[in-house]
Design a protein around this ligand. Structure first.
Ligand SMILES: [Zn+2]
Length: 298
């Protein structure tokens, strides 16, 4: 939890051009676009079983519900803003282990899934000519957290409007993986070069299969060598190159990009925050290169 506050403070100090806004929390109706109503109600009403709370990893509280709703709301706002301005972010989010009907691995709701389904609906409502029944807003998920985006993969398994790419440690949680549209499994102690080559290949394959209107990028800090939970061995510079590769790829194709922080568990926690700050600095460089002229009323 500590990293979020540190990140917000450092962003305000070190990147004053980055506009910080508070997003409204998502409603139960928005959550139900990606989750079962029964599960959403159980979270809202404090009716999660002990086993369900254990799977999530922390006990139910009003604060937990507020955080989970706020985080999904921030990813949704980041997607809306990215569609208008090119790049935007949630300084938390990336809760990719949450399934349709249950949470897990510190994830209550799947913010990416809720945001995707919400912006797809909004796009259809606001511009039926552009994203009408014949065309749905297509979203690509580039999940570079060290853990597989199992919940996201499962939620969108049979949804051709969403392409899920996950690059993760083969031996990291979750131990039973789901099938993303594209999974890249990396060995323990994977180095910068090995990782960056694998990512380049993955983005090429992505290109060959899918042309998105929007990217959600989970810029997890946990492939870092100093991470307590990640089994890979990327340096801070390697992670900066990773971020550049993703932003460059999206920018060359003119695709708006919304990114979230996902995992990061370094000791000291400042390393995780530094990795997150680096991602924002690279995003800011690309933000000035994006020239989107989206009519916000369209
Ligand atoms: Zn993770």
């Amino acid at each position: 939890m500590e990293k979020y506050e540190l990140l917000r403070l450092r962003l305000a100090n070190e990147l004053p051009s980055c506009e910080l806004n508070l997003a409204p929390p998502v409603t139960s109706g928005q959550l139900a676009l990606a989750h079962d109503v029964e599960y959403v109600n159980a979270v809202f009403d404090g009716k999660l079983s002990q086993a369900q709370q254990r799977e999530i990893g922390f006990p139910w509280s009003h604060g937990m519900v507020d955080r989970a709703r706020g985080s999904s709301g921030a990813t949704l706002m980041a997607c809306r803003t990215a569609l208008k301005e090119g790049i935007s972010a949630n300084i938390a989010g990336g809760t990719h282990h949450a399934y349709k009907d249950r949470g897990g691995g510190f994830c209550v709701f799947n913010d990416s899934a809720v945001a995707i389904r919400s912006v797809q609906l909004e796009a259809q409502r606001s511009a039926p000519g552009k994203f009408g029944s014949a065309k749905v807003l297509k979203v690509g998920v580039i999940d570079l957290d060290v853990h597989q985006g199992n919940g996201t993969a499962k939620i969108f398994a049979s949804d051709s409007s969403v392409f899920t790419l996950s690059v993760h440690g083969a031996k990291n949680y979750p131990f039973r993986k789901e099938l993303s549209d594209l999974d890249i499994e990396l060995p323990d102690e994977c180095t910068d070069d090995q990782y960056l080559n694998a990512l380049e290949d993955a983005l090429q394959t992505f290109d060959a299969h899918f042309c998105p209107d929007l990217i959600i990028y989970l810029a997890g800090a946990d492939p870092y060598t100093g991470d307590r939970l990640g089994r890979l061995a990327l340096s801070m510079e390697g992670l900066q190159s990773r971020d550049k590769q993703v932003f460059e790829w999206a920018w060359q194709r003119g695709i708006p990009i919304a990114f979230s922080m996902a995992g990061g568990y370094s000791v000291p926690i400042d390393d995780t925050v530094q990795i997150n700050i680096n991602t924002f600095k690279i995003a800011a460089e690309y933000f000035s290169k994006y020239e989107f002229h989206f009519d916000s009323s369209a």
